[in-house]
Design a protein around this ligand. Structure first.
Ligand SMILES: Cc1ncc(COP(=O)(O)O)c(C=O)c1O
Length: 392
């Protein structure tokens, strides 16, 4: 880790951490009126009542004390039941650590796995926090892009394997992917797991969009193919599927011998989520299936609307995703996505995330979150269309 000091007197690599370009766009909208925001990755509805009620009841019962670091046993048991029901697995509570969000789970995984100075391979495009976490840990980051070809996103597994070496501690995969919606198949997962078994390299699989999947009930998961002793850490979150982004609740599934290690890291980071939040998590898992189905139905309608619009646009190349709730599209002759996003916001009042946030290769891309209503999407796309027509 580079502990040299920067001008502020703190670690230089922290001072040099970039701000998220998405936040930069959001900041530039401060004080502006008539903005249509599609920049953040979250549903535009509040958490369902039945989940909120269960947190209120827990508070009324006075459940306001420290909780166990690995999470309340009832929540861990409920997570096991949920996972085993979906994936047909035999996960037990020793495999589960409750975390303060998916973000916290990814950070705990990196704190445990990213050896100082080791290489961490990250698939691109990537949600910006994943590379940032590796930088904070002092790991050497190497990105492997999946590419858009023949109307789909393709992973070159050989390239991932060729990028790894004896100094590689982990490969981080986010599937279903934010922003592209690309989803890794079970065959690809098996091939990578084989490689991990031979080389002892950890796989961190960020599956926070596992249930926002339009082909079946859930996206392919490493949980379905891994054994107890495999070096795989799977990250999940309540944020997206249960519309709980502000609650900060997630979980890790990992080999049972890591539980005690994650317990220590949780103690020294955050000492776990609040007990009434965990109660809400239990309710979400037990009663949330209808909400998930309805939400996915709305996202699919919004996606169809976007797709029809995109097909009518000459300058847009767009691969419709089968998962998550993002349209990540390429603009022919578009460049400097940060400038494009700023200009779009300034002149048209539409807030999108710039492609550069997800990797330097994507500077001609913009990302729109379609977890929103059709009237809002319609209004936003009318403005976007005008803006694109005005582009040089
Ligand atoms: C790929 C990915 N992983 C993890 C997260 C973190 O989710 P949270 O910290 O809200 O649980 C996000 C949020 O946008 C994400 O897109």
């Amino acid at each position: 880790m580079n502990y040299s000091m920067a001008s502020t007197g703190i670690r230089q690599d922290i001072e040099e951490l970039p701000f998220s370009p998405i936040r930069e766009i959001v900041r530039s909208a401060e004080g502006k009126k008539d903005i249509i925001p599609f920049w953040f990755g979250e549903p535009d509805v509040s958490t369902p009542d039945f989940i909120r009620e269960s947190a209120k009841l827990s508070l009324d019962r006075g459940e306001t004390f420290y909780a166990p670091n690995s999470g309340q046993m009832l929540l861990r048991e409920t997570i096991c039941e949920y996972m085993n029901g979906i994936y047909g697995t035999e996960i037990t509570t020793e495999n589960i650590t409750v975390s303060v969000s998916g973000m916290n789970a990814l950070m705990i995984a990196a704190q445990a796995l990213a050896r100082k100075g080791s290489k961490v391979v990250v698939l691109l495009p990537s949600w910006p926090n994943i590379p940032a976490i590796q930088r904070i840990m002092g790991a050497k980051l190497e990105g492997v892009p999946i590419s858009m070809k023949d109307g789909k996103w393709n992973l070159d597994l050989d390239q991932v394997i060729d990028t790894c070496d004896s100094n590689t501690s982990a490969i981080v995969i986010n599937s279903p992917n934010n922003p592209s919606g690309w989803t890794m198949s079970n065959e690809e997962q098996k091939a990578l797991l084989d490689y991990s078994r031979k080389q002892g390299i950890w796989i961190v699989s960020d599956e926070v969009y596992a249930r926002i999947y339009f082909k079946s009930d859930h996206a392919p998961s490493f949980c379905e193919i891994m054994d107890q002793e495999d070096r795989v850490v799977v990250v999940n979150s309540f944020s997206k599927s249960w519309a709980m982004t502000g609650w900060r609740l997630g979980w890790i599934t990992a080999p049972s011998n890591l539980e005690v290690q994650f317990e220590k890291l949780t103690e020294y980071n955050v000492a776990g989520p609040a007990p009434f939040i965990q109660q809400a998590g239990i309710t979400a898992l037990c009663k949330g299936e209808d909400f998930i189905r309805e939400s996915n139905g709305r996202y699919q309608k919004a996606l169809s609307y976007f797709q029809e619009w995109a097909e009518s646009q000459e300058r847009i190349e767009f691969v419709p995703p089968h998962a998550a709730f993002y349209a990540f599209f390429h603009i022919w002759d578009g460049k400097d996505s940060l400038e494009m996003a700023k200009d779009l916001l300034k002149t048209s009042g539409v807030g999108l995330a710039p492609g550069c946030a997800f990797g330097p290769q994507y500077d001609s891309y913009l990302r729109l979150c379609f977890a929103t209503s059709i009237p809002k999407l319609e209004k936003g796309l009318e403005r976007l269309e005008k803006w694109i027509k005005g582009l040089k």
